[in-house]
Write a protein that binds this ligand. Structure first.
Ligand code: HDD
Length: 677
């Protein structure tokens, strides 16, 4: 499927395979020696005329480009988008007309605050940027996994980013918001209240890029071929559901495997378990703009799905890893201003400001105005205009004419009429005085933060209180801590009191919100739950019950789970009946935090160390609320750590019953009720 993709065909022209080739310089001259520089005598000085040395060294010296100022740590994949039904009624966008057309896409996921080499399972928003290579040009949906944003006006973006990045006097902490300047920003820019609820929730520590939602955040416009507009918000919904890690687990993963999320995405695609996301749209008619108790242009507000349903219109499948991370993932240049006819902007002041920033950043990051010619950024349709020259220009524009209007080239390239596909901006009527002000309708910062809080399950609420307690526990300035407590007393007294107590602040006695509404779609508990692609650490020692273990492993695989064998040493593990298993991990390389669930088996020849390691493995997984299954020796271990009758712990002698119950427990993702008892 991936090879029938027009973008893939285009990229093929630029790919090269150096295997089994002779080495040359960049100018094509064959190189005869690549270990020793040219010297005047074996022990003499290196000579300037060694062109191979000069070229190799110069290229190396220039191999790095500036990392992205935000979203530096990212990982990407290719794929395709297919539409379920024509959206003609709402938009004339070509790729949203015909369900039989597949549109190539490139998606880059990222953390926001950390640098390019930082760990991935950090507490942060995740970028979810999609480039659709449509026949009418590139359309970029540059979103996050969080539905709202910290600020309402792009003018504040540099302040926000300065506050969350490592503090400038000591460059600490890396990839974390748990420090004074971030929380000082929050307390003094209270429009951040809603998004901070999301970043303190489980949403900010996703289990996988494959298991997180994506949001375009802003209100955009769909415009149809009659020139009629509708306001629209975009959603990506992962087919596997939205699921998260536990904070303690996430912190440990960052040490054990800083590449946890990219590894998961890469391996899934290599294994053919292609990540899938459905595209949803929320649509509001132009004349219903003022029907809500919030301003639909305010990017700190979401449109509750229960009030404005998400219409699912298509599906994106990521089916191919990149060939070269630098050429593709690092050089891809997204821009929310890359739109196609039928998709237009709204007056959201954050969006308007973004329209400036993205080209500007690519100019410094990619070194000049021709980054659109890089293979990953090229549209799959032709492009013609009078823009010329600049660093690293690749296109060879023929002819003397590079201006419009002209007669020498019959006035071409000429602008296209609307009928010919020319982009015409939606003719919204705008009038007003030039002012620097926040609209009255943007001034309620707490109602939707309270809506979010009200919509959480008990376990999710507990995690949010713990997250605030952790983050503010790392803040050194007591006045900043108290300001945040007082700020969140406006959202929920239960919340503010919960963390105020943990961080030794004055406990607010009054406040709270009068919002009682909930939006069930905001709770991850209501997200789809499936056993598919869930990893199971199978703890096996020599002397295991061969036929039983093999049948359980194959039954788990049949139901979509992915068992991996963990033992004391790598190599073959022998069953009592001659059965053999190959260990994928040892206790040294396969920690419990790297798996979704545990199947404890053991065997007749369990050493003291194996026993100790297994108990630790099981207890750690248990504390992270993971499903645990056990047969034979494993059942004794459950008793030893007194968890046999806990929720999500499955054991038994009837293989079929055991597999059914264990798969059900795996599908639940986590058994939070363990934390609540
Ligand atoms: Fe941004 C990158 C998403 C507000 C300025 N942003 C960037 C990326 C994502 C987002 C996913 C990484 C793209 C990639 O993978 O290459 N940004 C958002 C969302 C926002 C948002 C969802 C709010 C709704 N951003 C925002 C504002 C500004 C920027 C208000 C500035 C006015 N963003 C940038 C940037 C970056 C960027 C500095 C850094 C690297 C890049 O653009 O290409 O221009």
């Amino acid at each position: 499927m991936a090879n029938e993709n027009k973008k893939n065909e285009q990229l093929e022209q630029f790919r090269t395979d150096d295997r089994e080739k002779k080495m040359t310089t960049n100018h094509g001259t064959k190189v005869s020696e690549d270990e020793f520089s040219l010297k005047a005598g074996e022990r003499g000085p290196t000579l300037m005329e060694d062109f191979h040395f000069r070229e190799k060294m110069t290229h190396f010296d220039h191999e790095r480009i500036p990392e992205r100022i935000v979203h530096a740590r990212g990982f990407a994949a290719h794929g395709e988008f297919e539409l379920y039904e024509s959206m003609k009624e709402y938009t004339k966008a070509g790729f949203l007309q015909d369900p039989s057309v597949k549109t190539p896409v490139f998606v880059r996921f990222s953390t926001v605050a950390g640098n390019k080499g930082s760990a991935e399972a950090v507490r942060d928003a995740r970028g979810f940027a999609t480039k659709f290579y449509t026949e009418e040009g590139n359309y970029d949906l540059v979103g996050n996994n969080i539905q709202v944003f910290f600020i309402q006006d792009a003018l504040k973006f540099p302040d926000l980013v300065h506050a969350v990045k490592p503090e400038p006097h000591n460059e600490m902490p890396q990839a974390a918001s748990a420090h004074d300047t971030f929380w000082d920003f929050v307390a003094n820019n209270q429009e951040s209240a809603h998004m901070v609820m999301w970043t303190m929730s489980d949403r900010a520590i996703p289990r996988s890029f494959r298991m997180m939602e994506g949001f375009g955040v802003h209100t955009f416009r769909f415009v149809n071929d009659r020139g009629e507009a509708h306001f629209v918000k975009f959603h990506w919904k992962p087919v596997l559901g939205t699921h998260s890690l536990v904070w303690d687990e996430a912190q440990k993963i960052n040490g054990k495997d800083p590449d946890f999320h990219r590894g998961d995405l890469y391996e899934s695609i290599e294994a053919g378990d292609y990540p899938e996301y459905e595209l949803g749209v929320q649509i509001i008619k132009e004349d219903e703009e003022y029907n809500f108790d919030f301003d639909i242009l305010d990017p700190t507000k979401l449109w509750p799905e229960e009030d404005v349903p998400v219409k699912i219109i298509g599906k994106m499948t990521l089916n191919r890893n990149v060939d070269n991370v630098f050429a593709e993932t690092e050089q891809v240049a997204f821009h929310p201003g890359n739109v196609v006819p039928g998709i237009d902007f709204s007056n959201d002041p954050l969006l308007q400001g973004r329209l400036f920033s993205y080209t500007d950043t690519q100019l410094i990051r990619l070194g000049g105005p021709n980054f659109h010619e890089l293979p990953i950024n090229r549209p799959v349709c032709p492009f013609h205009n009078n823009q010329r020259d600049g660093y690293s220009r690749m296109t060879i524009n023929k002819g003397p004419v590079s201006y419009h209007k002209n007669s020498l080239a019959d006035n071409t390239p000429e602008p296209a009429s609307e009928e010919e596909g020319g982009f015409t901006h939606y003719q919204e009527k705008v009038e007003g005085r030039k002012v620097r002000a926040r609209s009255e309708s943007f001034k309620d910062h707490f109602s939707q933060a309270a809506l979010f809080w009200n919509s959480m399950s008990d376990a999710e609420k507990q995690h949010i209180i713990q997250a605030f307690s952790f983050e503010l526990g790392k803040v050194k300035d007591p006045s900043v801590q108290q300001q945040v407590v007082d700020m969140y007393a406006n959202v929920s007294l239960e919340l503010a009191q919960g963390f105020a107590e943990n961080i030794g602040c004055d406990i607010p006695q009054s406040g709270g919100s009068d919002v009682t509404k909930t939006s069930p779609a905001l709770s991850q508990e209501n997200s789809p739950k499936k056993p598919d692609t869930r990893t199971v650490a199978v703890l096996v020692a020599n002397g295991f019950d061969g036929s039983e273990v093999s049948s359980i492993i194959s039954a788990l695989k049949d139901r979509g789970a992915q068992p991996e064998i963990v033992s004391e040493k790598l190599g073959t593990i022998k069953g009592s009946d001659g059965a053999e298993l190959q260990a994928d991990h040892t206790f040294l390389t396969g920690e419990s935090v790297l798996f979704d669930s545990i199947y404890a088996v053991g065997g007749d020849e369990v050493s003291e160390q194996f026993h100790k390691d297994s108990l630790y493995f099981i207890q750690e997984a248990f504390s992270h609320c993971k499903p645990i299954g056990a047969t034979h020796e494993g059942k004794k271990w459950l008793e030893e750590v007194s968890i046999s009758s806990s929720p999500g712990v499955v054991h038994g002698d009837d293989v079929k019953k055991f597999v059914n119950e264990f798969i059900e427990a795996i599908a639940k993702h986590r058994h939070w009720d363990r934390q609540l008892v």
